[in-house]
Design a protein around this ligand. Structure first.
Ligand code: ZN
Length: 159
């Protein structure tokens, strides 16, 4: 009776909380958490502006830092939760780290509709053409993430 929330929603709530925190720190609204055996082992948010690093997306930044700090480079036993579908670069990072499972909220198509660009199912395109394919669950707490993306990108250009 203590925790009836679906675990995917519980971890996605944290990724979405980080996406809000990213905006408070002057970055774009994207957050990610890495989970193993039902526990969050690492968390990161978009830091492209505060680090002057256009590649420091929530997911690729998380994977780089986690691997560097732990010396763990095979993430086949891990699940990454992202508030938005990973871009081509971040999906590629998931291939190179052999990520076991990916869960995302908003899709790239949702995001691109908001910013007036043509989106695509970029994570699937990368995984379909790579030697490693994480299990993927899409659309967990999608509406909540879409609302945050809409409110941010109504006043900011995409970096
Ligand atoms: Zn990315």
């Amino acid at each position: 009776m203590t925790n009836e929330m679906n675990p995917d929603e519980k971890f996605m709530k944290e990724a979405i909380r980080l996406s809000r925190q990213a905006v408070e720190k002057g970055n774009e609204p994207f957050g990610a958490v890495l989970v193993k055996d039902g526990e969050i082992v690492y968390a990161n948010e978009n830091q492209i502006y505060s680090l002057s690093d256009p590649t420091f997306h929530a997911e690729s930044g998380l994977l780089r830092r986690f691997c560097a700090e732990t010396q763990i480079t095979d993430l086949s036993g891990y699940t990454l939760y992202s508030s938005c579908e990973p871009c081509f670069m971040c999906s590629g990072a998931m291939v190179w780290t052999k990520l076991g499972r990916l869960v995302y909220a908003a899709s790239d198509i949702d995001l691109c509709e908001i910013i007036g660009e043509q989106g695509c199912n970029c994570s699937r395109i990368v995984f379909d053409h790579s030697g490693h394919r994480p299990d993927v669950t899409a659309g967990v707490l999608r509406e909540e993430s879409v609302d945050i993306l809409k409110s941010y990108f109504s006043g900011h250009a995409k970096g």
